[in-house]
Structure formats: structure tokens, C-alpha cells
Design a protein around this ligand. Structure first.
Ligand SMILES: Cc1ncc(COP(=O)(O)O)c(C=O)c1O
Length: 445
């Protein structure tokens, strides 16, 4: 059993005590089977028995620079020793000054001022608060195919089934359909999606809508890359009706798609941008809301009606500053773009070889395969909001063979750290190639 100081637990003890004393996310606890992790470096992590796993999902699509980077660990340790925390309303620090300035340089367009939070949900909560304060309107438009976090307000914005058990949620949230592509439906055009959006705006009353929040490339709901013209059209509609555009770049930001932010692919500048995850590569919790001057200006004379004990936590900010330096020093943004081309080739090869691969999508190192039982009908390998024995067997095969992939319903996510090499990428796809024989056996005919 455990030593008095808590060290020296076996793998089984770590799992047992974790399950007995802590709650796991989004699950009936009796069904949870967590993998104990003892250490991690680069694109690999290790269990307490020393078994190595290739991290093909950057944990929660967040450890973008890879694990165990000493430059970040050293910066965090140095900040902890120098000053770990100050009252964020009354005091400030050098690291706050430096990170604020740095983000203004890399954020799209003229986004200049940041408010720091502890993660993505809090960033979105504050983006909504800011949009409501600045416009004096209260409704927020969000898309059905979206995830914006799990706190009270933003779980209401979330369109996907994680919202259902949390309803009724906050008032004033309206969901819209956007576009979808994949084996289940023909691809919708940007025009169709924009027409539906404009009709919704007209029917809701433009003067009641504060903001439209979008994941510029949708993450957990299926790596949905918008058709060209969609985000530009959304920007134009928001301008026409005085609605603020919030880009939720919590998952798509910080190089994941091969540019600093996903909106950069389409040259769209949102009024507010939210980020977390890749901001520190998850070494330390941190989120941020960035805003354009016309938004920030409102709070020059009006009180900002928000605050957090951990706004601008120096340790989180030090991690972010060091992480951004790693992206720059190691050229990871360009690398995601180049390796993204390799990933596309792997996706295409798998689609050519495996009848169960019904569709694949990717941009940079942000990708997924959609698995089907029947290519002609597009019947998915698992139902909406569920799994299937075949998907479970594929997940088990991958873990047995030392690759961690995130399986979401009928989708296989392929989101490795941006520091992955071509060889390591090929290693992961070679094992997936073998694993897909399991799902191929379930294909009709
Ligand atoms: C697009 C998006 N927004 C918001 C969040 C919520 O972030 P957090 O879990 O840090 O609160 C997530 C988390 O997965 C996300 O993917």
C-alpha cells in the first residue's frame, strides 16, 4: 500500500485510490478505467511499469509543444521562486506586462488587450460577460456542433449532448445549425449556412443579440473545417447587425491548425478571441480572452464587472511566455503545417485501404477519421453520442500497441503534439492501419 508520504504506489493502487477518492469527467464512475501515467517526454508518456505510449491526442488536444520541455519547467520554477502570486486587482508583475504585450503581437489583427483566466470555460464566460456589457444586448448565438466548456454559462452555449443534462442553463442562448460534411450528409455550402444564420438573426431580433460564438475549426464535434467563405460571411453578418464575433480558439489555437490561430487561415479578425490549452501547452492551467480596442475601450470608463483570484497568475503567465518562446524557437507553427501535409497523406492511405474509413478531415495537425459500417449509406460505426463494441475494441487495440488515440463516438481523432517527427507520425498511423482491420470486419458486404 501507500507509503506515509504518498509515494511508491503501484499502478493498481493509483487507479484504485484515484477512483475511490476523486471524480472523473463526463462518466458514470463505475465505468471509468483511467490509465495511470508516471512520466512523459516529447510525444511519449509512460505508465508506472515503464510501458511507453505515443500520445496521438496531445492529451486533450492541448500539450501542443510535447511533454516535459525543460524550458517551460525552468521558467515555471523560476517564477515560483521569484514571486508566485500577487493580488491581481491591486498589483501587477513583469510577467503580466510581458505576456500581455506578446499576445497582442501574435493575436489576429488589432486584438490587443487580454483578460487572463484559469482555462477555456472561464475565458468563454468572460467573453460573454464582455460582449453583453459592451453591446448592452443579452442574447448569445452559438452553434449546435460546438463545445465551449462546462461551467454554468458556457455549457449552455455548448451545442453538443454534454449540454443536455445541464439544462436549463442560462437564459438568452440561441443555437444555430451551420454546415456539416462527412459520410452522413452531402457537404453544405457556406451560402446555405450563412442564409440560415441570417434568418435566425432576423427572427431573434438583431438588436437583442450581443455575440455569435464559433470554434473557427470545430474540435471535439468532428474537426469541422468551414468551407471557404463561411467565416468571412459570418464576420460580414456580425458587422451588419452590430453583433460581436467571439472566436473560441481554445482547441484550434496555438499552432494546432498550422497557423497561430485558425481564423488566420481565412484572414478573419474576431472582436474577441478565447484561448487556453495550447497557451501553456497545459503545463499550468491558464486561459485568456483577447479583445480588440473598440471592445476594450468600453471599460476605460465603465467598470469591468468581473474578476478572479487567479486572474494573471504569475506562474501560469510564466508558463505561457515560455511556451510561446518554444513555438517560436522550434518553428512549431510551420512544422504543424508541413507535417499536416504528411498527416493528410496518411489519412488518404487509410481511406484507400480500409472500407470502414468513411471520411477524413484535417487541417495542420488537427484531424479525424470517421468510421462507418457502410460507405454507401454512411451508417456510422457508433451512434450519435454513443460508442460501439467495434470502437471500444479499436481503442483497446491501440492502447495495447502503445498508442493513445481519442475516440469520439464514431471518430478517431489524430492530434499529436506539434513536435512529432515524420517517423513518429508514421509509427502511429502504422498501428492505426492494423487497428482498423477490427472496424473493417464490421463493414457490410
Ligand atoms: C473549443 C473549446 N472551448 C472551450 C473548452 C473548455 O476549456 P476548459 O476545459 O479549459 O474549461 C474546450 C475544452 O475542450 C474546447 O475544446
Amino acid at each position: 500500500m501507500a507509503n506515509a508520504d504518498g509515494s511508491g504506489l503501484s499502478a493498481a493502487e493509483i487507479v484504485e485510490l484515484s477512483k475511490r477518492y476523486t471524480l472523473f469527467d463526463w462518466a458514470a464512475q463505475s465505468k471509468v478505467a483511467p490509465l495511470p501515467v508516471a512520466s512523459a517526454e516529447g510525444v511519449y508518456f509512460y505508465d508506472p511499469d515503464g510501458k511507453r505510449y505515443l500520445d496521438f491526442n496531445s492529451q486533450l488536444m492541448s500539450v501542443n509543444i510535447g511533454h516535459g520541455d525543460k524550458r517551460v519547467a525552468d521558467a515555471v520554477a523560476a517564477q515560483l521562486r521569484q514571486v508566485a502570486y500577487v493580488n491581481s486587482a491591486a498589483m501587477t508583475t513583469e510577467v503580466r506586462a510581458r505576456l500581455g504585450q506578446k499576445l497582442a503581437q501574435i493575436f489576429p489583427g488589432d486584438i490587443e488587450k487580454s483578460f487572463f483566466t484559469l482555462g477555456g470555460a472561464e475565458a468563454n464566460e468572460n467573453a460573454v460577460r464582455i460582449a453583453r456589457a459592451v453591446t448592452g444586448r443579452h442574447k448569445i448565438l452559438a452553434r449546435y456542433r460546438s463545445y465551449h466548456g462546462a461551467t454554468a454559462g458556457v455549457i449552455t452555449l455548448t451545442g453538443d449532448p454534454r449540454r443536455w443534462a445541464n439544462e436549463p442553463g442560462i437564459p438568452g442562448v440561441v443555437h444555430v445549425l451551420d454546415f456539416h460534411h462527412g459520410p452522413m450528409r452531402a457537404e453544405d455550402s457556406a451560402e446555405t449556412a450563412l442564409a440560415a444564420l441570417e434568418e435566425t438573426i432576423e427572427l431573434e431580433g438583431p438588436g437583442t443579440i450581443a455575440a455569435f460564438i464559433v470554434e473557427p475549426v470545430t474540435g471535439t464535434n468532428g474537426i469541422l473545417v468551414p468551407p471557404d467563405g463561411y467565416l468571412q460571411g459570418v464576420r460580414a453578418l456580425c458587422d451588419r447587425y452590430g453583433i460581436l464575433l467571439i472566436a473560441d480558439e481554445v482547441m484550434s489555437g496555438f499552432g494546432r491548425t498550422g497557423t497561430w490561430f485558425a481564423v488566420d487561415h481565412w484572414g478573419v479578425v474576431p472582436d474577441l478571441i478565447t484561448c487556453a490549452k495550447g497557451l501553456t501547452s497545459s503545463y499550468v492551467p491558464l486561459g485568456a480572452v483577447g479583445m480588440r480596442p473598440h471592445v476594450a475601450r468600453h471599460f476605460d470608463e465603465h467598470v469591468f464587472p468581473g474578476g478572479l483570484t487567479y486572474n494573471s497568475h504569475p506562474v501560469g503567465l510564466a508558463a505561457a511566455l515560455a511556451t510561446i518562446a518554444v513555438y517560436e524557437e522550434d518553428g512549431l507553427i510551420e512544422r504543424a503545417r508541413t507535417l499536416g501535409e504528411q498527416m493528410l497523406v496518411h489519412h488518404e492511405e487509410l481511406a484507400a485501404r480500409h472500407p470502414s474509413v468513411g471520411a477524413h478531415r484535417s487541417i495542420g495537425l488537427f484531424g479525424c477519421l470517421e468510421l462507418v459500417r457502410n460507405r454507401a449509406t454512411g451508417e456510422p460505426m457508433a451512434g450519435f453520442n454513443s460508442s460501439s463494441p467495434e470502437m471500444a475494441a479499436l481503442g483497446a487495440f491501440m492502447l495495447d500497441n502503445g498508442v493513445y488515440v481519442n475516440l469520439h463516438w464514431y471518430q478517431v481523432m489524430t492530434n499529436p503534439p506539434l513536435c512529432i517527427t515524420e517517423e513518429q507520425l508514421a509509427e502511429g498511423f502504422e498501428i492505426l492501419d492494423r487497428g482498423l482491420e477490427i472496424t473493417d470486419r464490421a463493414v457490410a458486404g
